[in-house]
Design a protein around this ligand. Structure first.
Ligand code: ARG
Ligand code: ZN
Length: 885
């Protein structure tokens, strides 16, 4: 018989905690066999609780209880009960001191939650519900406590012992052991607790806050990574400064620590004063890290630092409010990255991710609102919707209020809720109260899943010199619902004349012409709404949803000629790029249609000419150009399709790429030469990054098409590169070319050179696993037996299995069904070792809706196979059961 199905938790059932914990005193004894954890909790009844109970129920998973006492008296049998999910203490007083001793086995933990070992160090990951794997506790974010932590361990093996807050005491103990005590003066929920113990080096720096306080910055790494800290530390200082300048927020402790660990489920974690990072998201030097890694590190370091205010000082009441901290913090880190680099390029990258992956999630079986109303396993809700769409929602508030009022709103939010655990409603309320802008209708964005679709209709009346814009909206998830209400959508809009100049926008006659704006954020609040613009002398081209001002789909209304015009003339950088994407997508789609019908294939010459125009343009910004040269990805083309034919898409896209290579060889070679620096020192500024990206795109296009001049250039670049961006770009170009022997020898050389560096080996693995060449699945399986692979390490799993299933679509979706079976096999394997990783990995099997019946049936069969496994984790169960038809 099947075990009982996992329980669903509902937002509507939220109740305040019946007990509070004012003080948490922890004592850890770390040993090679396991760890002993002693806790002393000052517990009292919550005067505000709706529910009064005489028993205290604590969360606890996989703990061995050694002793338990209240107010110094050991409890006897019958006074408490240990269950699968925790511990119940029967009949407690209003205030008492609870002492517990538990035994845990960090060495045996493969799910990487709670206290575990990663190579030679002990570390923790407690968000969302990992603390219950350390000791019995009220493991929920609305229970905030002051923590004092003492760690004892062998002094030679673990000279460094870290926890949150300030170090207050240290000393030697018997038999070669020592201890360090840490005190965190700020109350916090237990998900922000952290502990690290290891033989680590520290790289020190300092930051002086706006008010003149000195903060020590300290990064801890294993000795071999000593020279990979500089970029993270400079990103940290830039973030600290930016948060003071833009949000008026200063850091609040005397020390800020960053630790790098190799085995980590996510990117990083914002534990108070002690951020823990996945090595791949924090370690970099020019010869091992690519430009995109440099930028990712800058963004993640900022993200975790910004959480100190948006997350730690003001935290979430419950996990349904996760986007309160994640959406807001992603918005903050995106603005930071935009200020540090090219704003347009940052927007393009974020929208690209949103439109391919978040839109797919939002129309898939796990679709959920920014504030979900139920879940089975909260780890499954660290999603693109919570993070990226959540950030878009905050961005829309920013757009509606403007810079100044938004700042007033964030000031009010931090002041009003400092030290509290609150909801997304509290956030919106602060924004509304500070700005006076009614956000009632806007809140719908938090509660309704799905991507709204906007239909655009417009007319120009030359006689009346009137331009009429009609917008209508619908949302697939509420289509046909009786209470279907419109969203409040900020729709940024402009009109361009035939020279590409912005036309003044006059909405009513008495507006003074000279003061008329040339760009407006239209408040689009009705199901259908009309906007009129007067004194428009000639027929204009509308510029719609500038900067992607809302996370919606705009139905394409433009002709190819209009798109060409926008591609060359649009003054909004994002829209200019988007016009190019729309044009290329349209052309690829019609070639794909022809391919499916066995018709002759040809590439619209207008696209080639447009690319030529871009390549020879002297005025276009290189950062923008580097993005415009990239064709829409296969994932995005699948997302655009109702039913995607992957072979047709793959073939059509390659044909366009090869045609560009052939027709624009001279321009591409010139682009390569002009953007190649010889002997220059590496710099990660956005202009240098753009130039490397341009040059490497040109090389890739040419070599993919089999150009032999490009082969010479790539081989030369591969051996002479002085940074990883150029070295790996050359390798990628070779691996994706048909020059088999050159490609094999480059892969071997690269591995021999870099096998001791796990971050580089991850790249080496994923470059092979994403190669579109046939037979890749066999190569992927072989790589899983290679010495470089380790199924217990999430980064390796992502660079092999994840890379193949998400980014090698032509091979993953092979009609043999072997790709699907391969994924299911590994999900089943990982379900036992690391449920969070297993559940994330399964995503590509849940995207069947976009494919034909045959593929859907193959995917469903694998989902059923997974579901029939015994001992399925809650994580995998939730995703798979929701994906089965
Ligand atoms: N709060 C972290 C961040 O976004 C993510 C940690 C999530 N961890 C997890 N196991 N679900 O910065
Ligand atoms: Zn975060």
């Amino acid at each position: 018989m099947k075990e009982a199905q996992p329980r669903t938790i509902f937002l509507k059932d939220y109740q305040k905690p019946p007990f509070l914990i004012d003080e948490t005193v922890l004592h850890f004894d770390l040993n090679e066999q396991g760890a002993t954890v002693k806790s002393r909790l000052s517990v009292r009844r919550n005067p505000e609780a709706e529910l009064t109970t005489s028993d205290l129920t604590l969360d606890g998973v996989d703990l061995e209880l050694v002793s338990i006492a209240i107010d110094g008296v050991a409890l006897s049998e019958g006074q408490y009960a240990v269950t699968e999910e925790g511990l119940k203490v029967i009949g407690v007083a209003d205030t008492f001191l609870l002492e517990c001793e538990t035994l845990i086995k960090p060495q045996e933990i493969t799910c990487l939650e709670g206290l575990y070992k990663s190579s030679s160090m002990f570390c923790t990951q407690c968000e969302a519900e990992g603390f219950r794997r350390i000791t019995y506790y009220l493991d929920r974010p609305d229970v905030m406590s002051r923590f004092t932590t003492t760690i004892t361990a062998d002094k030679t093996l673990y000279p460094v012992l870290l926890s949150n807050g300030n170090e207050v005491e240290r000393g030697d103990l018997e038999s070669g052991r020592h201890f360090v005590r840490w005190e965190d003066p700020f109350r916090k929920p237990c998900y922000l607790f952290a502990l690290v113990a290891g033989d680590l080096l520290n790289i020190d720096d300092q930051y002086v806050t706006a008010s003149g306080r000195k903060v020590s910055l300290r990064m801890f790494v294993e000795p071999q990574n000593k020279d990979k800290c500089e970029h993270a530390l400079s990103s940290l200082k830039a973030s600290m400064k930016w948060d003071e300048d833009v949000y008026g927020r200063e850091y609040d402790l005397d020390i800020f620590m960053i630790v790098a660990v190799d085995d980590f489920n996510m990117g990083a974690m914002e534990n108070k004063g002690l951020n823990i990072f996945n090595s791949s998201c924090v370690l970099a030097k020019p010869d091992t890290a690519t430009d995109s890694t440099y930028q990712r590190i800058e963004a993640i370091v900022a993200h975790e630092y910004f959480h100190n205010w948006s997350g730690n000082r003001v935290t979430c009441r419950d996990w349904f409010q996760l986007s309160l901290k994640e959406g807001f913090t992603v918005f903050r880190d995106a603005e930071f990255s935009a200020d540090m680099n090219s704003r347009t390029v940052k927007r393009i990258e974020d929208v690209n991710l949103l439109r391919t992956a978040q839109f797919a999630e939002d129309s898939g079986p796990m679709s959920h609102p920014v504030r979900p109303s139920s879940f089975i396993e909260i780890s499954n809700f660290y999603t693109l919707t919570i993070y990226e769409k959540g950030a878009e929602v905050v961005g829309m508030i920013h757009r509606l209020l403007g810079e100044e009022l938004f700042r007033k709103g964030s000031d009010l939010y931090f002041e009003r809720h400092d030290g509290q655990a609150v909801t997304t409603d509290d956030f919106v309320q602060a924004m509304q109260d500070a700005s006076g802008k009614d956000l009632t209708q806007f809140k719908r964005w938090y509660d309704i899943a799905g991507t709204p679709v906007i239909d655009v209709d417009y007319q120009y009346d030359e006689q009346a010199q009137l331009f009429t814009l009609t917008l209508s909206q619908s949302c697939p998830s509420t289509e046909g619902d009786a209470d279907e209400k419109p969203f409040h959508i900020p729709f940024t809009f402009a009109l361009l004349d035939s020279n590409g100049c912005n036309i003044p926008l006059i909405q009513n006659d008495d507006a003074v012409f000279a003061n008329a704006p040339t760009e407006l954020v239209l408040d689009f609040v009705e199901t259908e709404q009309t906007f009129k613009f007067q004194h428009i002398e000639k027929e204009p081209v509308p510029s719609l949803l500038r900067g992607f001002s809302a996370p919606v789909k705009v139905k394409n209304t433009f002709s190819r000629d209009q798109l060409l015009f926008l591609m060359m003339n649009e003054t909004d950088g994002f829209n200019r790029w988007d016009a190019g994407q729309r044009l290329s997508a349209d052309i690829i789609q019609s070639i794909a249609e022809d391919y499916m019908h066995g018709r002759a294939l040809n590439v619209d010459a207008r696209l080639v000419n447009a690319y030529r125009g871009l390549l020879v343009s002297k005025s276009i910004d290189k950062a923008l150009l580097s993005k415009m040269l990239m064709l829409p990805t296969e994932s995005y083309l699948i997302e655009l399709a109702d039913e995607a034919n992957i072979e047709a898409i793959h073939h059509a896209r390659n044909l366009v790429r090869d045609t560009l290579a052939e027709k624009l060889k001279i321009e591409l070679l010139r682009c390569y030469q002009e953007n190649t620096d010889v002997g220059a020192a590496y710099s990660a500024d956005f202009n240098s990054i753009a130039r490397r990206s341009l040059k490497n795109s040109a090389l890739n296009i040419l070599l993919s098409a089999g150009d032999s001049d490009a082969l010479v250039l790539a081989e030369k670049q591969f051996v002479s590169a002085t940074n990883m961006t150029d070295e790996s770009a050359a390798l990628i170009a070779l691996v994706n070319s048909d020059f088999v022997s050159q490609r094999e020898s480059a892969l071997n050389t690269f591995y021999a050179k870099w096998k001791a560096d796990p971050q580089v080996v991850e790249q080496w693995l994923s470059i092979q696993c994403t190669s579109a060449k046939s037979g890749t699945l066999e190569a992927v399986k072989r790589l899983m037996t290679h010495e470089a692979f380790d199924i217990k390490n999430p980064n390796k799993v992502r660079s092999v299995i994840g890379a193949f299933c998400n980014h090698n679509l032509i091979n993953f979706h092979n009609l043999s069904g072997e790709g699907y079976q391969f994924l299911a096999d590994n999900v089943i394997k990982l379900n036992k070792l690391n449920p969070q990783i297993a559940s994330r990995l399964v995503t590509p099997l849940t995207r069947g809706k976009k494919f034909n019946q045959e593929r859907q049936a193959l995917m469903q069969a694998q989902l059923h196979r997974i579901l029939s496994e015994e001992n399925l984790s809650k994580d995998v169960y939730e995703v798979v059961s929701k994906s089965i038809k």
